[in-house]
Design a protein around this ligand. Structure first.
Ligand code: DC
Length: 223
């Protein structure tokens, strides 16, 4: 039995999930878990080992058994090494999405994510939190936005981080990633039937957070 709820936030790239989830966790005094960062950390480890989504199951298993992923405040550590800056590279996002189609990878991270949230008091964001990881989450949100809006946000975010790219490149990458995340056989990106949909196309981050807090309060709060 959980004494505090699990709050699931799912949605496509660039909908604002990370910022919203972080702020919501802060407002509630909950932990925040970015599951996309876990897929990205696996991708960093895979790249070091010249492994991609075509690798044999045994190779993937060996890789997954050889890594630890931990979070210290805003930083992500892979086998104790800070890889946070590498995670935002477009090539890592792409490899993470490709590796996330593999059953071994999903099963491994599923177990870690379930264990990390079991006690509740957590805001978890990703693609399949409300559908596969915590279908029993007390609160489920599906955060989305128009493709063009998401691409523009992503472009601004990447250039601010010093990543060299173009708007057209970001748009086509997003379209490809949406297609793969929504079309994969295992735990595809989709809205859980009982998730509250929020379209952030015309909303500021603070408005999205307030809308979520209002829904949580309406259902008796987060205690
Ligand atoms: O949220 P993100 O862009 O950092 O995630 C990177 C990739 O990881 C995403 O394209 C698909 C995969 N992913 C997933 O399959 N399930 C999750 N819960 C989170 C991410």
């Amino acid at each position: 039995m959980r004494t505090r709820p699990v709050i699931a936030i799912d949605g496509p790239v660039g909908a604002g999930k990370s910022t919203v989830a972080r702020k919501l966790a802060e407002a509630l005094g909950f932990r925040y878990l970015n599951t996309g960062a876990m897929y990205r950390a696996v991708a960093v480890a895979a790249r070091y080992n010249n492994i991609d989504e075509c690798a044999a199951d045994s190779r993937l298993e060996e890789l997954l058994d050889s890594i630890t992923i931990s979070f210290i405040a805003e930083r992500v550590l892979l086998n104790g090494r800070d890889v946070t800056d590498e995670l935002s590279q477009p090539a890592i996002g792409d490899l993470a999405s490709r590796l996330s189609t593999r059953r071994k990878v999903r099963a491994h991270l599923h177990q870690l994510q379930r264990a990390a949230g079991e006690e509740g008091g957590v805001v978890m964001e990703g693609r399949d939190i409300g559908t596969a990881i915590f279908p029993d989450a007390e609160f489920k949100f599906f955060l989305t936005a128009d493709l063009e809006v998401r691409a523009e946000r992503r472009f601004i975010e990447l250039t601010a981080r010093g990543v060299s790219t173009t708007r057209a490149e970001v748009l086509s990458e997003l379209r490809e990633r949406d297609g793969r995340d929504e079309g994969r056989e295992l735990a595809p990106l989709r809205r859980a039937e009982d998730a509250i949909v929020i379209d952030s196309s015309k909303l500021e981050i603070e408005q999205v957070v307030s809308a979520m807090l209002a829904r949580i309060e309406h259902r008796g709060g987060a205690q």
